[in-house]
Structure formats: C-alpha cells, structure tokens
Ligand binder design. Structure first.
Ligand SMILES: C[S@@+](CC[C@H](N)C(=O)[O-])C[C@H]1O[C@@H](n2cnc3c(N)ncnc32)[C@H](O)[C@@H]1O
Length: 332
C-alpha cells in the first residue's frame, strides 16, 4: 500500500525499496512466506551484505538505516522511478528518461483519461497512474492473459486499483472497446505494430481532441506509424529519441596566453609578448558518443472534431491546387 500515499512508518503489506551501496531491492513486507513445501516460514531477505528478517521492518521509519547480518542499508518508500529499477521483469520495460518524455508529450495532468497498450511489466503504468490520479484513470491492455492478470494483482497490492483497469485484450485486432469510444485524452502504444493501432486511437480519443504517442525501437516502425497518423488526420507528427548524457566534471589545466601587450600601441614602444601561464579550471566534459538507444517516441495531436474535417478539406484543396498548377487535372 506504500505506493498510494506518503507515510512515515513501514506497515505490514507495504512494498519497500532497500538501498544497499548503490543497489536497489524491492521487498514485500510480509512476516511469513510459504517455502517450497508450502509451509509458512519466517520471511528472510538475503542480500550481498547478509540476511534481513523482514518482520523487523514493521514500524520502522521510512528513510532509516537498517542493520543486516553483515552490513547495513536504507529503507525507502517506493516511487514509480524506484519501482522501474526494481520491478520483476515480465517483459522489456520503459525507464525514467523515456517515461518522463512520454508523460510530458501526452499532456497528462491529474484527471486525464489515458489508454496504454501493452501493459507489459507495468513500469510505465505506475508513472501514468501517479500523473493522472486522483480523478483520472489509466486503461491498460495486454494480449498476454497471464501478464494482464499479474499486472492487475500488482496494482491491487500497491493500493492503486481505483486509478487503473488492466484488461486482457488484443487491441490491434479488437480496438479499445465501445466503452472507451471518445473517452480518452491520450493514447500510448508500446507494441510491435503501432500503426495498426492508429485507427483505434482515433476512435478512442475525445471529440475535443488529444495526444498520441508510440514507442518503437526501429525506424521502419516509426515510418509506418507516421504515415498512418497523417492518413488518419493526426497533426504535429514528430519523432524524437531520448538519450541521457552524463557530463563528467573534471579539472583541466590549460595554457592561457597573456594578451596585455595588445593594449599598448606598437608605435609607442616595442611590443613585448609575455609568456603563457597555466590555469586550472573545473570543466564539464561530454562523452564522445552517446550509446543507449532504447527506441523512438512518435507523438502527434488529434485536433478537435470540428477542426478535423476542416484540416482534411484544406489538405484536399491544396493537393487539387497543386495538381491543377501542374496541369494534371483530376489527379490528386
Ligand atoms: C515491451 S512490452 C510493454 C512494456 C511496458 N511499456 C512497460 O514499461 O512495462 C509490450 C507488451 O505488449 C503486449 N502486446 C503486444 N501486442 C499486443 C496487442 N496486439 N494487444 C495487446 N497487447 C499486446 C505484449 O504482450 C507485451 O506485454
């Protein structure tokens, strides 16, 4: 339940993040767990710095230092960012650099209704929930039945079930359902063929318009998605890649030329160039390359209904004008 609200102390049933020298581990705070034989035994978490009896966490303040059998760590309250780094992987997942751009590009605010497919491991879903709650809702779909079920169970265990519905559905074959027709402010797709989902996104976005975003690792997927978005009246189509760059701060010693001789007129006295000195500066250095391609984000706007038809009409008129100018009457 620790995902739902900020709290001072750890309660039984919480998920806590144990931070041990730059490593993070998610722990479900349960006094006992079942062993392989199905017997209830004391829940003991094993780490590189020894064992931790999980029941000893109950009542401890979040942020505290806790002792393990051979070392120590700190217990943190989970956030979507920490969860992305510790969650059980059922699929490839999205991480915070892409997620932050997705939230921005989808124009999400508390109260927004957003559709996501596929749910995968629920990494993005946790961030979507935090952004749209308390009055908004995330509708997330996956065509892998077990994954959709596990995701729903996880949202319930995290106390987030009021803000999200995880459903089992092949959204490319069946769309998002009649009940979501013209209901969404935004649609996000992380699927192998997002372009097939574009007509379904068109049907699901509200009459007043909304935003679309898809994540694709390959540029060929992006090309097909962009073309389909334009064919379906989406505007402001653009594709971006989020590359995180670490700027290293180092000390550099560089020669500095003394240019004070330039202040004197050469006619007044002979110019005497002073020798260079060396000065140390603290500088930021950029890496020579930025590896870390995850995927491309393609974003687009669906205008309000009244503007959609106008935009289509003016597009047809423009292509008619061009073909008339070219003497190709009747050819669009
Ligand atoms: C890469 S994962 C999504 C990861 C997710 N964004 C996250 O951050 O955890 C892609 C998911 O899409 C699902 N999927 C693929 N095609 C689908 C379809 N046609 N309808 C619904 N889900 C689909 C897969 O089962 C898989 O779980």
């Amino acid at each position: 339940m620790s995902f739902r609200n900020y709290q001072d102390k750890i309660n039984e049933g919480d998920t806590v993040i144990l931070y041990i020298s730059n490593n993070l581990y998610a722990i479900d705070v349960q006094r006992e767990i079942k062993n392989k034989k199905g017997e209830l035994v004391d829940n003991v978490f094993q780490s590189p710095v020894g064992a931790l009896k999980v029941r000893t966490l109950i009542g401890v303040d979040y942020g505290s230092r806790v002792e393990l059998s051979k070392g120590w760590g700190h217990v943190l309250q989970p956030t979507p960012e920490l969860w992305s780094l510790t969650l059980p992987h059922r699929t490839q997942i999205l991480y915070t650099p892409d997620i932050s751009m997705i939230l921005l590009q989808l124009d999400l605010v508390p109260g927004s209704v957003v559709i996501e497919a596929g749910t995968g491991s629920g990494s993005l879903t946790h961030a979507l929930i935090r952004r749209v709650r308390p009055h908004g809702h995330v509708h997330t779909f996956d065509f892998h039945e077990h994954r959709a079920k596990l995701a729903q169970e996880e949202f319930e265990a995290h106390g987030l079930a009021d803000f999200v519905s995880a459903k089992h559905r092949d959204v490319l074959a069946d769309g998002f359902g009649e009940e979501l027709k013209s209901k969404a402010d935004a649609v996000f797709l992380d699927l192998p063929s997002p372009w097939i989902g574009v007509p379904h996104a068109l049907a699901a976005i509200k009459d007043q318009g909304g935003r679309f975003c898809s994540f694709s690792p390959c540029i060929e997927q992006v090309q097909r998605t962009c073309l389909t978005l334009e064919e379906h009246g989406f505007q402001e189509v653009s594709t971006m890649e989020v590359l995180q760059t670490e700027v290293k701060v180092t000390k550099r010693t560089i020669p500095v030329r003394d240019l004070s001789f330039l202040k004197q007129k050469s006619s007044e006295c002979p110019v005497e160039e002073k020798p260079n000195s060396e000065t140390s500066y603290v500088v930021g250095t950029w890496p020579q390359s930025t590896p870390g391609h995850t995927g491309y984000l393609t974003v687009a706007t669906l205008p309000p209904v009244f503007a959609r038809n106008k935009a289509k009409k003016s597009k047809i008129e423009t292509s008619e004008e061009i073909s008339t100018e070219n003497g190709n009457k009747g050819v669009l």
